[in-house]
Ligand binder design. Structure first.
Ligand code: GLC
Length: 446
């Protein structure tokens, strides 16, 4: 097992040179994405031109469709960065994820109706709704956007090319709900706007959840592939960084990444995301463990290990955390019950090291994206070298994976080359805030 682990270690640890190379390519691809529609990074315009001042107010309904959950909220903004939210969350049923897209939009409308019937939700219709839609969309205005495709193992292909707002609006009207969808935003954009509402210094946001992606504040004059509204100075760009590396071969992928990609619902697509996000880390872990079982290095006790996506990142995270805490019995029982493995006490450290290597690689790649955006903004003078660069982060991987947030902070400082000086990149936890951003997006347009 020790020798096997050494091989995995070398496969999963990118060298300093590789990280430098990737950061350079990322910055270049981002700059291409701003001027061309067919770039590797989509760098999608969001039609958000008015950043929240923090003084916005009003009551808004919000819906957030992610890769795992549907979240519905009633948000009230009070100005001075203050807000309240009453919210509910439901898991998106697996059957809807590969059925007709209309099913998903009906599911949203049905759950909004249920939410509004809840006795604690004291509000009256009509209401304005901010729609956080965490998939790539080609926006035509703040409240219109065509679905470019799905990600995170959802494939409801019959609605690709359609307007996500119109689909939701029709589903709401068919239930007689007087709700007007007034903003369509990506979760990264929602997180960014919410954090800007609380702290104007924020320039970027990153999601590390089921999927991974980032958004940032850009100068309108740099986005030359689209016509910007006249007189507007800054806007928000949804990078869609999950597709970094698609169609090229510079990512440090391994045989496990190749296998995962081949067996995924979108082969060849979202290669960067497949190395970083919560949807996939558990599966990479399973593929390595499966190989170890096949090589006779670990004993399998059940079928979980041969079932695609049989190990969730959350379980891998629980295992890793238990190991760090020295809870040997807990580790063994997770391995037994959740992974279907019998692991000897002596081998626990190797399996835990595997978790560490996979999560560390995710951190490294995420740090590449953050450092590249920071450099782009420095070189194009949107921020100065002395300025603090505040990044809002959200998503279960960032919030809950053991040591992830701390390691990522150390890595961005290291990669920014500012080890001895004060590190100017500050990562801030913006937990579950994208709905606040959706409400702020509507309020800030007034
Ligand atoms: C996927 C989606 C993207 C979203 C991210 C995080 O990468 O394509 O739109 O922001 O997941 O949820």
């Amino acid at each position: 097992m020790e020798a096997y682990l050494r091989e995995i270690e070398s496969l999963f640890t990118p060298s300093k040179e590789k990280l430098k190379e990737l950061t350079g390519i990322f910055q270049k691809e981002l700059e291409i994405g701003l001027v061309r529609r067919d770039g590797m990074l989509k760098a999608l315009p969001t039609f958000v031109y008015n950043l929240p001042s923090g003084m916005e107010s009003g009551k808004f309904l919000t819906v957030d469709l992610g890769g795992t959950n549907l979240r519905i909220g009633l948000v009230e903004l009070f100005g001075s960065g203050r807000f309240t939210i009453k919210k509910d969350s439901v898991v998106i049923p697996e059957t809807l994820k590969s059925g007709s897209g209309y099913g998903i939009f009906n599911f949203i409308a049905e759950n909004i109706e249920k939410f509004l019937e809840h006795p604690e939700i004291e509000t009256e219709l009509p209401l304005k709704l901010g729609f956080t839609f965490s998939f790539p969309v080609q926006q035509e205005s703040l409240a219109h956007g065509r679905i470019l495709g799905w990600s995170k193992e959802i494939e409801c292909n019959d609605v690709i090319g359609m307007d996500a707002v119109a689909l939701l609006q029709v589903a709401l009207h068919s239930r007689g709900l007087e709700i007007a969808v007034e903003a369509l935003i990506n979760d990264t954009v929602g997180t960014l706007l919410a954090q800007v509402y609380r702290d104007k210094k924020t320039k970027m946001s990153v999601i590390l959840g089921t999927g991974s992606n980032a958004a940032y504040v850009e100068q309108c004059s740099h986005l030359t592939k689209e016509e910007n509204e006249s007189n507007k100075v800054v806007t928000v760009i949804n990078i869609e960084w999950g597709s970094f590396g698609d169609g090229a071969n510079f990512l440090p992928t391994t045989r496990f990444d190749a296998l995962l990609d081949e067996e995924s619902k979108n082969p060849g697509i979202q290669r960067f995301e497949k190395m970083i996000s919560g949807m996939y880390l558990g599966e990479i872990f399973r593929l390595i463990l499966l190989e170890a079982v096949e090589n006779g290095l670990i004993r399998s006790t059940g079928w979980t290990i041969s079932k695609p996506y049989g190990i969730k990142t959350k379980q891998m995270s629980n295992f890793h955390e238990s190991y760090i805490l020295g809870a040997v019995e807990e580790c063994k029982s997770i391995a037994n019950d959740k992974f279907g493995l019998f692991i000897l006490d002596d081998d626990l450290k190797y399996v835990s090291r595997l978790c560490e290597l996979i999560s560390l690689r995710s951190c490294y790649l995420c740090a590449v994206g953050i450092t590249a955006v920071h450099r782009h903004l420095l070189e194009t003078s949107l921020i100065s070298a002395k300025e603090m660069f505040s990044v809002a982060l959200d998503g279960a991987l960032y919030q809950r994976y053991p040591n992830y947030s701390k390691i990522l902070q150390d890595l961005v400082c290291m990669m920014d080359g500012k080890e001895e000086e004060v590190c100017r990149i500050i990562l801030v936890m913006a937990e579950d805030l994208s709905s606040i951003g959706a409400a702020a997006a509507i309020a800030a347009q007034k």
